[in-house]
Ligand binder design. Structure first.
Ligand SMILES: [Zn+2]
Length: 473
């Protein structure tokens, strides 16, 4: 039995098989047997006249059969036949590129052919942040020919803890300007295409169309569903990762070959239930770990080599340094990649994720909550007024900055600590930005407290407007 190796794009037409064993003793017989077994492959390999398509290259072991006896080339039991569809663009490698990529070229899994595939490949990274930084750096270094980046943020000094593509001199600059400069310096052979815009339902399909692989490095649910749906609708693989504190997830969602993100999570969690990295924090190294996994999966897809994370969800726990894997199945009722999809165009993802409704809910909720401004609080403290200041942040936040006189009760422990407060006292509650303390005020009101108010904007606004020497986080 000779073995036929199928490239990634053809595997969906062969029940996902990467290789197929055939009995045929010539290339022609082997291919005939292959398309008899998987009839859907026929139109990809043969033209209407029954000739092997000109852009399909056939290799017996490592020899191009055009230089042997073409389709009459004999195959014996331990031979392999590789089908290598040509990819537009790319071209030969220059001497400079050969030197630069020499450690790739001497690996049988990459070689000159693989390096040319990387050069011809077009990868789109959504987000140039924590995940996008290592992803873009490694893909550029590896020689991916065209690297699209979508982001419209500006470098902030709180980014430098994890977004390793930027330096202190980039703070305040548009991220894509700084990232493109860094990547071009690293590898001038790479064409960096910046899209300095927010990815939206209006522009996603048009941007995605030009790329072979999309890597999702976003940090919010609306964009994550948008990336998924646009990938399903344009048939692109979506190399996914997400991170939170010490934990990460990664997978490759590709509807033609396996499940999509919606097969896994049909609907987003209610707004506010899953904290973002900005609220909950993230170990700066973690996006490096996950971004490099994304880069590895991207390169494997381009090379058509290895076993991609399709149908598998990789769970990374950096604190225990354990990697686990869950099997993902394609949901037969998936609203977008199932046989009877109800989602056939891009929708309003902000609304889908409940964001406008949530803002409205918070607005009406806080409308009923009495507030003090930071200026009023300053006046109350300066006058030496009698009141109790309650800080409902977490202990590690108290350690960064706090009012010395405050009673410190983290929000989650308020119910069991409510007896530390008296309904007779004037109370001002604060947190970092005012959201958690609004919930605390509501809780205390329901518990019978009448003289309780929320500090609008929290300690962060205090640091901005009253006490500039206080650290902000
Ligand atoms: Zn799906």
């Amino acid at each position: 039995m000779a073995r036929i190796h199928l490239p990634t794009p053809l595997r969906p037409f062969a029940d996902g098989a990467a290789s197929v064993d055939v009995a045929g003793s010539t290339v022609a017989d082997a291919l005939t047997e292959l398309v008899e077994r998987f009839p859907q492959l026929r139109r990809h390999l043969y033209d209407d006249a029954g000739r092997v398509r000109s852009f399909v290259n056939l290799y017996k072991n490592d020899e191009d059969v055009r230089y042997l006896e073409r389709e009459g080339t004999r195959l014996s039991a331990d031979d392999s036949l590789s089908i290598v569809p040509s990819i537009a663009g790319g071209g030969d490698l220059s001497n400079e590129e050969i030197r630069r990529y020499s450690r790739h070229l001497i690996m049988p899994e990459v070689g000159v052919e693989g390096q040319k595939k990387l050069k011809a490949a077009r990868v789109l990274a959504i987000g140039a942040g924590g995940l996008g930084s290592p992803l873009a750096v490694y893909l550029a270094a590896a020689g991916v020919g065209t690297l699209g980046l979508v982001d419209n943020d500006v470098v902030d000094d709180s980014n430098l803890q994890r977004q390793i593509i930027y330096g202190v001199s980039d703070v305040g600059r548009p991220k894509l300007q700084a990232a493109a400069e860094r990547l071009r310096d690293m590898n001038p052979n790479v064409e960096v295409v910046p899209y300095e815009t927010r990815l939206t339902s209006e522009n996603a399909l048009e941007i995605f169309r030009d790329y072979d692989v999309v890597a999702d490095g976003t940090d919010n649910f609306p964009t994550r569903y948008l990336v998924n749906d646009a990938c399903v609708l344009t048939g692109k693989p979506n190399v996914y990762a997400s991170i939170f504190r010490f934990e990460g997830q990664a997978s490759v969602f590709w509807a033609q070959m396996g499940p999509c993100y919606r097969c896994l999570y049909t609907e987003p969690p209610p707004p506010g239930l899953v904290p973002s990295c900005a609220e909950g924090g993230v170990l700066g190294i973690l996006p490096g770990l996950l971004g490099v996994i994304q880069a590895t999966e991207t390169v494997k897809l381009i090379l058509g080599n290895g076993d991609p994370l399709i149908g598998r969800l990789l769970l990374v726990d950096a604190l225990s340094m354990r990697f686990r894997e869950l099997k993902l199945r394609k949901n037969p009722d998936c609203v977008i990649c199932g046989p009877n999809p109800t989602v056939t165009t891009l929708v309003d993802y902000e609304q889908f994720c409940g964001i406008p409704q949530e803002e409205a809910r918070v607005a009406t909720a806080t409308g009923r909550i009495p507030e003090v401004t930071v200026q009023e609080l300053k006046a109350m403290r300066d006058r030496g007024e009698e009141f109790v200041l309650v800080d409902v942040r977490e202990p590690h936040e108290f350690a960064i900055c706090a009012f010395p006189e405050s009673v410190k009760i983290p929000l989650g422990t308020l119910p069991q600590n409510v007896n530390r407060l008296s309904t007779a006292d004037e109370i001002v509650v604060h947190c970092k930005m005012g959201g958690r303390s609004a919930k605390a005020v509501k809780f205390l009101q329901d518990a019978g407290f009448r003289k309780v108010r929320n500090l609008a904007g929290g300690i962060d606004r205090w640091a901005q407007e009253i006490e500039p020497s206080m650290p902000r986080y």
